[in-house]
Design a protein around this ligand. Structure first.
Ligand SMILES: *Cc1c(COP(=O)(O)O)cnc(C)c1O
Length: 478
């Protein structure tokens, strides 16, 4: 019975909750045309039915609260529960976006102070919290880039350089903003080659987008040379901050020569990523680009905070001012870490990834040797006896969420592991042991991998069909 939809266990007349009798006559305040003519299609179930339905559904899912979740790039970083609690205080959740700024001074102060802290950590002059996600931040940053050249009367700059290791959102955002993409090939070490970069630079290049450490988990060691080349070319450098946790408190994009950046608060700063919850992709810029930041901007005037609109701005990129509660969590997290502890996020995430790399490199192909940053990319099993997909499916049997697979696209069997900073040595050892066991199984009993997973509610799914033609309405099932 627990595999049934809640509509299928519905029995006419069953009640889970009784509303108090209303004293208001519905017709008193609603126009006839707004009143529904038929009852809504709601399941009729008891309280027990509802509780069991959702509890059983939750058990079919997997989350960081259950176990290790080494998904690379998308990054289930540490999301302390205390920050959720802070963000759920009624003073924050009860705010209305249309209430006058004088009555929301505390909220504006949090935005202002968080911007100041992010500036300290990144070397940017000011942040805007309008964008809702990383990709939205990228688009916003590129609009700022475009505006900068248009205002200068430099109309030729319509190209953006993106390395071949970039996250797919980078070229997509540049394209959405009307730029033509130039791809630069990585070196065998997985980083940008300044010589190759030089070849594509000319007066049509508006800028370059770069993630550092990049999506292979490798630090771009030539970053100062890269930023010098772009500066000399009159171009701007955009920092995709999705991997900022690897550098937190240790080095700053601003000092590396970046001009514009976004941070995924829902990756690095205490909001779970994935699952479709609210995100926040604040965009920071260096001083000369501040006038172009989206409207509104928060300004401190004396001891008061104001939301101001500027004529030089690229305009609004979202309603109101972004996802406030995500910013509250980032603020609480930064305050609880403090200036000294913030560095441990970087140290521990790099340590954990390197530990896994060293322990697994005899069983899994390591295309790029040497130290990695916060994540490590393998290119499938050394033995070649099973595919990366099969390894990932077998991991489900052992109760682990698989790492990111088949990304980055540079290798045919990519297996990208990001352990995150707070996992204990015991947890890492448990995962390593299972990964080694799967490598042995691939040689001794490959059919175990071919047919995995064996223990989950559903086994191999048609993932393309699930993504292309999902059935998400009860009615569609009939
Ligand atoms: C996650 C990610 C993005 C996109 O961020 P969203 O918040 O998911 O839109 C961009 N670049 C990199 C490297 C990422 O890991």
């Amino acid at each position: 019975m627990y595999d049934k939809l809640i509509f299928e266990i519905s029995k006419s007349g069953r009640i889970g909750y009784s509303f108090p009798k209303t004293t208001i006559e519905e017709k008193a305040f609603l126009d006839e045309k707004y009143l529904r003519k038929t009852s809504p299609l709601l399941p009729e179930v008891t309280e027990l039915d509802v509780v069991r339905h959702y509890t059983n559904l939750s058990k079919k899912n997997y989350g960081v609260d259950e176990g290790f979740y080494p998904l690379g790039s998308c990054t289930m970083k540490y999301n302390p529960k205390i920050n959720e609690e802070v963000a759920s205080l009624p003073g924050f959740t009860g705010l209305h976006p249309l209430q006058p700024a004088e009555t929301a001074q505390g909220a504006l102060e949090i935005y202002y102070e968080t911007s100041k802290m992010l500036s300290l950590l990144t070397g940017m002059a000011e942040f805007s919290f309008s964008p809702f996600a990383g990709a939205h931040g990228e688009a916003t940053g590129l609009m700022i880039m475009k505006e900068y050249f248009l205002r200068k009367g430099d109309y030729k700059r319509n190209k953006v350089i993106v390395p071949d290791s970039a996250h797919g959102t980078n070229p997509a955002s540049a394209s959405v903003c009307g730029f033509e993409i130039i791809e630069v090939e990585s070196t065998p070490e997985g980083i940008v080659d300044p010589k190759k970069l030089k070849e594509v630079l000319n007066d049509e290049v508006a800028g370059m987008m770069l993630t550092n450490p990049n999506t292979l988990g490798i630090f771009e060691k030539d970053i100062l040379e890269i930023s010098r080349l772009l500066r000399e070319n009159g171009s701007l450098l955009y920092y995709d901050g999705a991997n900022l946790n690897a550098l937190l408190g240790l080095s700053r994009p601003g000092d590396m020569g970046f001009d514009i950046m976004h941070i995924n608060l829902h990756k690095t700063f205490s909001t779970p990523h994935g699952g479709g919850g609210p995100g926040s992709g604040p965009v920071g810029v260096v001083e000369k680009l501040v006038p172009y930041l989206p409207n509104p901007r928060i300004q401190k005037v004396g001891t008061k905070f104001e939301l101001r609109e500027y004529e030089s701005s690229i305009g609004r990129v979202s309603g109101f001012y972004g996802n406030f509660l995500v910013v509250v969590k980032a603020y609480a997290y930064l305050l609880s870490l403090g200036k000294e502890n913030v560095k441990n996020v970087a140290y521990l995430s790099v340590l954990n990834a390197n530990y896994i790399k060293e322990k697994l490199k005899d069983d899994y192909k390591l295309p790029i040797t040497g130290p990695c940053m916060h994540e490590v990319v393998f290119d499938g099993l050394r033995s070649g006896k099973a595919t990366t997909l099969e390894v990932a499916k077998r991991l489900l049997d052992y109760g682990y969420h698989p790492p990111t697979i088949y990304f980055p696209l540079l290798f045919s069997q990519s297996l990208m592991i990001e352990p995150t900073e707070v996992e204990s040595k015991e947890t890492l050892d448990g995962f390593i042991e299972v990964m080694k066991k799967i490598a042995r199984e691939a040689e001794e009993a490959p059919e175990l991998l071919k047919e995995a997973p064996h223990t989950t509610v559903v086994t191999r799914l048609d993932e393309v069909k699930a993504a292309r033609s999902p059935i998400i309405k009860y009615r569609d099932l009939k």
